[in-house]
Design a protein around this ligand. Structure first.
Ligand code: TIU
Length: 230
């Protein structure tokens, strides 16, 4: 029997083998979540992203209980910025830009305090960290190889910001054949209207990019799948 998650635009079918389903948490790093980082330098109110943290932390713990594969991405660059696409350096200039010294070290530079994942969502050693120089998680990263190595076919996607790195990653994954579900209350944007538009775009046209569902529906679907498996 196939287990499903109650999702939009229609139920999301879980794989029979839950090892083929991964949780992907995009860029829950201090650069975007706390004052003094890239998000704030771009003029955004970063505090509004905090709302998803308890829900995402709970979902992460549930996924750990079921031993799902878990991936965490961070948007980051080498200290010499040699891996930074030129468009990123030219665009998105705020009071500070990539590589500048900010309130949490150099902005979006790997290893700096601001580049760390927030304390609530720290990866475990068994989980996969994907440093990424682009907005999408597939560009110039080990992500595709790590997914293929594990035989993963289905992705639960969370993180920030909804219409930038999250949506880019979801579209890249969709084009590669992954069945993607965006978790509505585990993703957030500096712009509420952009988040809402992204959710609607994903599930429009018969789910042309994938599905959306709240965390509670994901948790219920996983519980059903685990009951079926025993
Ligand atoms: N600026 C913005 O909304 N986002 C980014 O630059 N990166 C991510 O979304 N992670």
């Amino acid at each position: 029997m196939t287990s499903t998650i109650a999702a939009l635009p229609y139920d999301y079918e879980l794989p029979e083998n839950l090892n083929q389903l991964a949780l992907v948490i995009i860029d829950m790093q201090r650069d975007f979540m706390e004052p003094g980082g890239f998000g704030a330098a771009l003029g955004n109110d970063v505090t509004r992203l905090q709302a998803i943290v308890p829900t995402l932390k709970n979902l992460l713990e549930v996924c750990r209980t079921y031993h799902l594969p878990i991936f965490h991405t961070i948007e980051c660059h080498k200290p010499d910025l040699s891996d930074c696409p030129s468009a990123k350096l030219k665009r998105g200039r705020g009071s500070l830009t990539i590589g500048d010294e900010g309130g949490m070290g150099r902005i979006l530079v790997q290893g700096e305090p601001g580049n760390g994942i927030i304390s609530e969502l720290q990866p475990l050693p068994s989980e996969v960290l994907i440093p990424k120089p682009g907005k999408g998680a597939f560009y110039n990263t080990i992500f595709a190889a790590e997914l293929q190595k594990r035989g993963i076919t289905h992705l639960l996607i969370a993180g920030v910001t909804t219409e930038v790195c999250v949506q880019t990653t979801m579209r890249e994954a969709n084009d590669r054949g992954y069945e993607c579900l965006l978790i509505e209350d585990c993703t957030e944007s500096y712009f509420p209207a952009f988040k809402q538009a992204t959710l609607e775009m994903v599930r429009a046209q018969g789910g042309i990019v994938g599905w959306t569902a709240p965390a509670i529906a994901v948790i219920e679907g996983l519980a059903q799948a685990v009951r079926v498996a025993v």
